[in-house]
Ligand binder design. Structure first.
Ligand SMILES: [Zn+2]
Length: 130
């Protein structure tokens, strides 16, 4: 009965093997005024390694939101936080026509001018024969 009750008021928003990541998430939520705490904070390596359970999520730090009403907000915050570092490579600007070209393009989509930053790793391939 206690198990059911406690799991109802504690919503887990973040689980990560690295306590520093969970701690970072906690600070993000705390800065937004969302009460939260970390479960399993003091358990890393405590017997888990000897049992061969180091990779078990049971022993991973878990970030829980105290206020159930803030759960959705917390998830939103962490989603923003998590997705931010995954920056795509920067677009490059075509030297010939000044168009902005996505980094995944090897040549300008507009005038087919090769990406200048790709030339460095491919010397001697610029055929000048006529
Ligand atoms: Zn171009």
């Amino acid at each position: 009965m206690w198990q059911t009750y406690s799991s109802r008021i504690m919503r887990e928003v973040s689980v990560h093997r690295d306590i520093t990541v969970v701690g970072l998430h906690q600070s993000v939520l705390a800065a937004a005024g969302i009460a939260c705490f970390i479960k399993n904070e003091n358990t890393p390596g405590l017997g888990a390694g000897m049992l061969g359970l180091v990779r078990s999520p049971i022993f991973d730090p878990v970030l829980c939101v105290v206020d159930d009403e803030k759960y959705d907000q917390a998830v939103e915050l962490l989603r923003d936080h998590v997705t931010r570092p995954v920056e795509p490579a920067a677009d490059w600007t075509c030297a010939a026509c000044k168009e902005s070209v996505p980094a995944s393009f090897d040549a300008c989509w507009n005038c087919q001018t090769p990406n200048p930053s790709n030339d460095a790793g491919d010397p001697g391939q610029q055929a000048t024969e006529s």
